[in-house]
Design a protein around this ligand. Sequence first.
Ligand SMILES: NC(=O)c1ccc[n+]([C@@H]2O[C@H](COP(=O)([O-])OP(=O)(O)OC[C@H]3O[C@@H](n4cnc5c(N)ncnc54)[C@H](O)[C@@H]3O)[C@@H](O)[C@H]2O)c1
Length: 380
Amino acid sequence: MTHRTIPCGPDNPLRVLVVGAGSMGQQWLTTVTAAPETELAGIVDLDLDAARRSAADLGRPDLPVGSDAVALAADTGAQAIVNVTIPVAHHPVTTAALFAGLPVLGEKPIADTLAQALSLAAAAEVSGELFMVSQSRRWNPQLFALRGMLGELGAIGTLTTEFFKAPHMGGFREEMAYPLLIDMAIHAFDSARFLLGADPVSAYCQAYNPPWSWYEGDAAASAVFEMEGGARYAYNGSWCSPGAETSWNGTWRASGEKGSALWDGDTEPVLVADVQPAERARSPYSDIGGALRVFVESLRTGTSPMGEVHENTMSLAMVEAAVESARTGQLVLVDDVLDQAYAVALRDETRPDVRAALAGWPSVRGALAPHQAPPPAASA
Ligand SMILES: NC(=O)c1ccc[n+]([C@@H]2O[C@H](COP(=O)([O-])OP(=O)(O)OC[C@H]3O[C@@H](n4cnc5c(N)ncnc54)[C@H](O)[C@@H]3O)[C@@H](O)[C@H]2O)c1
């Protein structure tokens, strides 16, 4: 999607507000402060004390703080925001910013629901501002290498992720209905789309809560997706699994026509196949610092980045399809999930201009597909 460009970069840093001074907000504050291409203009949180504490922790007690991003941007001359609020706040905070002329780099997920994600995609179209989701694990150079290996394996039949961790994080994750699927599995689902270069067709999922779990909702799940082209992606995970924990990226296996590729999520992936090794592109970026650099480059050049809201929406569709299947016990078609979300988005939209843009979409897949971005220019 084309968006408004802003002259910015290391010689002309982008003035950024960090919105949400919670635990992930602290990482963003450090990252925005350290990056040569950005300048921290202020901190926003509904909890002003949290914003002030964060400013003091950064050694900048005089940094402007506020409880409303658009108002603080007007006061400080900020040019963009990083939205690190809780998922239910993503839609209102990002919508207000886009229509105030502020491009947004948002934490995953795009929004609390797929319907709200569709609303935000249309809001980006109408406002002409860039809305990019920082799907931080997408930028991992080892993931890029694994993607290259899949390209050497011929047709891919099966892709799997095993994810077993035992974090005690407290907060919203221990209270929500499907913490693993909604808060964590989206990273793996997004990586699966990237690795296969394919979007999902259907999902079957069982979610469950082991008896010793310290989560209220289902902390474990097994999901299988049919992907476009016929490959199956199988995800098996638990967030209450002490002992022999996997990496935070999970453990991956791709099974193809000519062999297999393995990745433990922490070290270099391994190709087990009788093929001529090719030169594999690697991401020049990593983690949220990489997402921030790409955001600034995209604002400067006008190119549409990976993670642009349209491109990222199918990762959230995989989450909603898995949750719907877990809830109903049925195989779920992703097109049905998209259609339902689209109907809700049209019904609930409060901005006439955004509703008109949504109503003009030929189909949800049709509206999202042209924006599927190729991987960025990568160095070997
Ligand atoms: N990429 C990753 O690896 C990763 C890791 C952790 C969290 N996250 C994401 O980051 C986001 C924040 O997670 P967290 O763990 O920091 O949550 P958190 O609860 O610790 O912090 C969220 C903060 O947002 C503030 N807030 C809520 N609504 C607001 C509003 N309307 N305006 C301004 N501030 C508001 C809250 O007061 C709180 O301080 C979530 O979307 C989460 O999924 C991503």
